[in-house]
Ligand binder design. Structure first.
Ligand code: NAD
Length: 356
């Protein structure tokens, strides 16, 4: 049986990385029925929108998509293809594994962390009031009346809503992921000592959800302390679950711990659909040069295989990537200790090992 998967090559370096990822995934022997769809700058030219309805319809139909990076066009009033995809498909969980690999330059060793970030709420809802605008003054007056505080009329305001339902589903997602992937501990990260009715709510819900998973350890950390701990003793942590803003920041911190953008995979998941994408952008200056590192998107493909239940194939891909990088003979410029190869040649070297 072939897996129906929506394939969104994206733009910039996206199409060449997608080609590399497809080469490796097909080397596993699994069959894929790729439904190729457009998003990004090229879609804007061809369809008048960077996110055509056909692309969304395809992911809704297949339930699984894998995407190359897309450039966010500046100045056309479209925030980001990625944000639009997450909202339209209710992809509420952002999954960012971070594992060190021999051969990738990093200040750290033996890191194996998974960051689970809430994708739909928090300060990212886009509920903002610009300083000095009449509606902003109305909001400030109402807040001052209700809170008894005195916000200056010169302030700009951004709103941070948290709901029990969204807190519960992200924490539950982290525990379910831990169970399926044999992880031992979930750490909920927050600032509940300061923001009692948002982060406090999140922590209360997290503690409640944890009771349903006695087989997995649970603890919480205040976000500032978490940053220090991750730099000093990252080996103490396993799966971290965070609200949107802290998750955004900490997941880049963990990507930095393992050696940066070129090797960090990612995914956005909901109850009905999953969309897999590397965390790096479209690096337009390298587009079409067969130069950039395909590792992040190939490891993202392995994450997708795990999601499809193809654990053995996923492990073969991850092992092949780790071996090729450790040997250092067929790696791109950013990983090379001497001579480097191009994107497709690195993918071919990985694919050969996957085939065995
Ligand atoms: P970027 O990740 O595209 O590039 C920053 C730098 O990182 C590059 O110049 C390059 O030196 C390096 N780099 C990135 N990926 C690499 C790889 N695979 N191999 C080797 N080196 C790599 O970030 P940016 O320049 O801030 O963003 C460019 C565009 O991408 C923007 O329009 C941005 O909105 C978009 N973007 C898209 C996504 C996505 O689609 N998921 C994510 C982030 C940024």
């Amino acid at each position: 049986m072939a897996y129906a998967v929506t394939l969104i090559p994206g733009d910039g370096i996206g199409p060449e990385l997608t080609r590399a990822m497809v080469t490796v995934l097909e080397a596993t022997g699994l069959q894929f029925d790729w439904d190729q769809q457009e998003a990004g700058i090229d879609a804007l030219t061809n369809f008048g929108t960077p996110l055509p309805e056909a692309t969304l319809a395809s992911v809704r139909r297949t339930g699984v998509g894998i995407k190359g990076p897309t450039t966010t066009p500046v100045g056309i009033g479209f925030r980001s293809v990625n944000v639009a995809l997450r909202l339209s498909l209710d992809l509420y969980a952002n999954l960012r594994p971070a594992r060190t690999m021999t051969g990738v330059k990093s200040r750290f060793e033996n890191i194996d962390l998974v960051v689970v970030r809430e994708n739909t709420e928090d300060l990212y809802c886009g509920i903002e009031f610009e300083r000095g605008q009449p509606e902003t003054l109305t909001v400030i007056e109402a807040l001052n009346r209700a809170s008894g505080k005195q916000i200056s009329p010169t302030a700009g305001i951004s709103i941070k809503p948290f709901t029990p339902a969204a807190c519960e589903r992200i924490v539950r997602f982290a525990f379910e992921y831990s169970r399926k992937n044999n992880r031992k501990k979930v750490t909920a990260v927050h600032k509940a000592n300061i923001m009692k009715f948002t982060d406090g709510l999140y922590l209360e819900v997290a503690r409640q959800v944890a009771l349903d998973y006695p087989d997995i350890a649970f603890e919480d950390r205040i976000v500032d302390n978490m940053c220090m701990q991750l730099v000093q003793k990252p080996e103490l942590y396993d799966v971290l679950v965070l609200p949107n803003l802290y998750g955004d920041i900490i997941s880049d911190l963990t990507a930095g711990l393992i050696g940066g953008l070129g090797v960090a995979p990612g995914a956005n998941l909901g109850d009905n659909c999953a969309l897999f994408e590397a965390i790096h952008g479209s690096a337009p200056k390298y587009a079409g040069q067969d130069k950039v590192n395909p590792t992040a998107l190939i490891l993202t493909g392995a994450l997708m295989l795990r999601h499809l239940g193809e654990t053995e194939a996923a492990e073969r891909v991850e092992t092949a990537v780790a071996e090729v990088i450790r040997e250092g003979k067929a790696v791109t410029y950013d990983l090379a200790r001497g001579q480097s190869v191009g994107t497709q040649a690195m993918a071919q070297a990985i694919a050969q090992r996957v085939q065995g």
